[in-house]
Design a protein around this ligand. Structure first.
Ligand SMILES: Nc1ncnc2c1ncn2[C@@H]1O[C@H](COP(=O)(O)OP(=O)(O)OP(=O)(O)O)[C@@H](O)[C@H]1O
Length: 235
């Protein structure tokens, strides 16, 4: 499903050139789960942006189901992203003036889903993350963990194939962290998602069957035999 071939990304900082990604080769099958760790500045967020089509590589190819994201027009790329890829970030990025339900519905507007269906699908997605009773609440009326659940519902309401999460538990205390990771794992299995998560938290990373480390823009991958959840999802 994903094939990255020789992906590099260079940034300019004044006169200086930063090699954020220095030649990444990576294959992920549908339903795979990968955790990415590594030192600060190692290239984790940059790699996630490449997978998500949020930015383009300097060279190399990012194939999603055989389509090179780097070669798509901005319009086509936005459409591919909207249909296939859900994002969850450390900062929940909810719109403060919209209710939980309205925040989730926003993901369906660019897909041309009609208002009545948007409402029912958003309610269903919020049910699935345990917030069926909180549809009308504003983000400020929800806990951090609940806000992240809304963000997860917003990522999944469009029924993507891919879920990309950048430090999804970074703003949460330990008990909420575990709840959110349980939830993400459950959704990964239930929907057969390809799930890539960046985390600094080794307790979170330990649960993944595959671990990638990014250092100075280079990737190494190892299987994690002691993962608490092993193997790809069933079905
Ligand atoms: N827009 C940008 N302009 C210039 N340099 C950038 C830009 N984005 C990232 N970089 C640089 O690219 C390198 C990789 O950054 P990246 O954010 O991918 O690392 P990271 O592993 O996610 O780090 P962290 O753990 O701190 O989030 C760093 O040296 C960073 O300073």
């Amino acid at each position: 499903m994903y094939e990255l071939i020789g992906v590099t990304k260079q940034y300019r900082r004044g006169q200086e050139r930063v090699d954020a990604l220095a030649g990444i080769d990576l294959t992920l099958e549908q339903g795979d789960r990968l955790v990415i760790q590594g030192p600060t500045g190692g290239g984790k967020s940059t790699l996630l942006q490449m997978l998500g089509g949020l930015d383009r590589p300097t060279s190399g190819r990012v194939l999603l189901d055989g389509v090179d994201l780097a070669g798509l027009s901005e319009r086509r790329l936005t459409a591919v992203r909207g249909e296939n890829i859900g994002f969850v970030f450390q900062s929940f990025n909810l719109i403060p003036t919209l209710t939980a339900q309205e925040n989730v519905e926003t993901a369906l507007v660019p897909l041309g889903v009609k208002a009545a269906e948007r409402r029912s699908r958003a309610a269903e997605a919020l049910e699935s993350v345990g917030l069926g009773e909180r549809l009308g609440h504003l983000p400020s009326e929800l806990s951090g963990g609940q806000q992240q659940r809304v963000a997860i519902a917003r990522a999944l309401v469009k029924r993507p194939k891919v879920l990309l999460a950048d430090e999804p538990t970074g703003n949460l205390d330990e008990s909420m962290r575990d709840e959110i990771v349980d939830l993400l794992e459950g959704l990964w299995k239930e929907h057969g998602l390809t799930f890539v998560m960046v985390t600094h938290d080794s307790a979170v990373a330990r649960r993944s069957p595959r671990l990638a480390t990014l250092r100075k823009g280079r990737i190494t991958i190892k299987e994690n035999r002691s993962a608490t959840v092993a193997g790809p999802p069933v079905g």
